[in-house]
Design a protein around this ligand. Structure first.
Ligand SMILES: Cc1cc2nc3c(=O)[nH]c(=O)nc-3n(C[C@H](O)[C@H](O)[C@H](O)COP(=O)(O)O)c2cc1C
Length: 202
């Protein structure tokens, strides 16, 4: 069977972010779960991605030097996991920007899992926002499960703080398995779809 490749994308704007920490924990979990899985990591704090501008089409600067490599890593991924903190009751601007930038079918007809995080009791808004607004042109397929990690500072698999429910680790394992199953079985889809004529949604 062909190797599975998953992109793990942390969309925080902060250095040493909780999203980055959760991304690392999810990566470890996936490595234990699937032998030889390939992971592509993107952390919007380390790998600064500019706000979309017409320069992208002109292929200058970042868009010439750095984006093609990232775009290729995404294009060769079978599934995506986004870690999205709630900022002001919204998904982060970095997360929204990413869906403008992925205009070459990098995410198209491939499964995506949203893991939203909050230091308090929030975390639901980024999910409804991304589910309603990110898929039109990227054609990402959000799977019908998501994860919300509230009180994220207390999240530490195997040794959670008191505010993290007991069932959290089982739920995360189930949801990661689900994303992996979708990633495996949706692989053939992209070869059967006419993106040349219908690249953008209605
Ligand atoms: C600009 C900003 C806005 C925030 N707004 C919210 C919010 O609306 N709801 C919420 O639950 N937490 C909010 N928080 C707190 C975040 O949940 C917390 O800082 C979390 O750790 C952010 O994730 P990060 O560390 O990956 O950036 C906000 C944090 C920042 C920096």
């Amino acid at each position: 069977m062909k190797k599975m490749k998953i992109s793990l994308i942390s969309t925080s704007h902060r250095k040493n972010s909780q999203s980055g920490r959760v991304r690392e924990l999810v990566e470890k979990n996936l490595q234990n779960r699937v032998k030889n899985i390939k992971i592509f990591n993107l952390d919007f704090c380390e790998d600064k991605i500019p706000t979309w501008s017409p320069e992208k089409k002109e292929k200058i600067g970042f868009w010439l030097k750095k984006w093609p490599k990232i775009s290729k890593e995404l294009s060769t991924s079978d599934g995506f996991i986004f870690i999205v903190p709630e900022y002001g009751g919204m998904a982060t601007p970095n997360a929204k920007n990413f869906f403008l930038i992925c205009g070459e079918g990098e995410l198209a007809h491939k499964p995506g899992l949203i893991i939203s995080i909050s230091s308090g009791n929030g975390g639901s808004y980024p999910i409804s926002e991304l589910r309603s607004s990110s898929y039109k042109n990227t054609h990402i397929m959000w799977i019908p499960e998501n994860i919300i990690i509230r009180n994220v500072e207390q999240f530490n698999p195997g040794n959670h703080g008191a505010l993290i429910p007991d069932w959290m680790d089982n739920r995360i394992n189930y949801t990661l398995d689900l994303l992996l199953v979708y990633s495996r079985y949706m692989k053939p889809l992209k070869n059967k779809i006419n993106r040349k004529d219908f690249g953008n949604g209605m």
